[in-house]
Ligand binder design. Structure first.
Ligand code: ADP
Ligand code: NI
Length: 207
């Protein structure tokens, strides 16, 4: 991967405190490479650039999303990436997030399906559990409260409202397994899903 792309995303994500740090991006890139092995029709360059920069325009991380998008397009042009590919990369990262897809599911090209799967896999399993508590802590949310029930119909509007970390598993993390796009994504998701189920059972037993 182009060193300047790595530097660009590192600069934006270095101060993150919500679980979108550079190590998250590195894992999403590695998972994308793994899924690419079984998706021969996908364009490798588009997939890996999108994986590297997918969180650089996120509303949770940057103050001005539109300005960040403009800067990103200029930056990619400077790297000599052609306009069609830039357009495709922007479409992917604009539309792949979980919250964007709550109201209606957006059809992504195969490259976007791969990065979306990789991003979601990193919200599951042992890493996903760690990230959920880290995120909840950063927002001052409770770990668990038996009186607060998981919300059932989440929309883009209500998604960011307060909740408990344990409820986040029922509101999102346990639903991810059935929303995977690729065969390899589904395979990895199943074992991470099972691990989260075990964790929740143990948590409640101890509680
Ligand atoms: P996306 O990047 O697709 O919009 P999110 O920002 O919702 O997804 O999720 C990023 C990470 O933060 C995930 O690991 C997710 O589990 C965690 N997270 C998001 N919202 C919450 C929450 N309310 N409680 C705990 N963890 C959360
Ligand atoms: Ni991400």
């Amino acid at each position: 991967m182009n060193k300047r792309i790595i530097n660009y995303r590192n600069e934006i994500l270095k101060n993150d405190e919500t679980g979108h740090s550079i190590d998250h991006i590195d894992r999403v890139v590695e998972l994308s490479k793994k899924i690419l092995e079984t998706e021969p029709t996908a364009d490798i360059e588009i997939t890996l650039i999108a994986a590297n920069i997918h969180d650089t325009i996120d509303e949770k991380i940057v103050n001005d999303v539109n300005k960040s998008k403009e800067e990103l397009v200029l930056f990619l042009k400077k790297q000599g990436i052609n306009e069609d590919n830039i357009e495709k990369i922007l479409f992917i990262i604009n539309n792949m997030s979980y919250s964007k897809n709550l109201d209606n599911k957006i059809q992504l090209p195969i490259e976007g399906q791969i990065v979306q799967d990789a991003d979601r896999l990193d919200a599951m399993g042992a890493i996903g559990i760690a990230r959920a508590f880290y995120y909840g802590g950063s927002k001052g949310n409770k770990i668990y409260d038996s009186k607060i029930k998981p919300r059932e119909e989440l929309t883009h509007e209500t998604y960011r409202n307060e909740g408990t970390v344990i409820n986040h598993f029922y509101e999102k993390l346990l639903l991810l397994k059935d929303q995977m796009n690729t065969t390899e994504g589904k395979r990895i998701a199943q074992s991470r899903h099972n691990y989260m189920e075990k964790f929740l059972k143990e948590f409640k037993d101890e509680y």
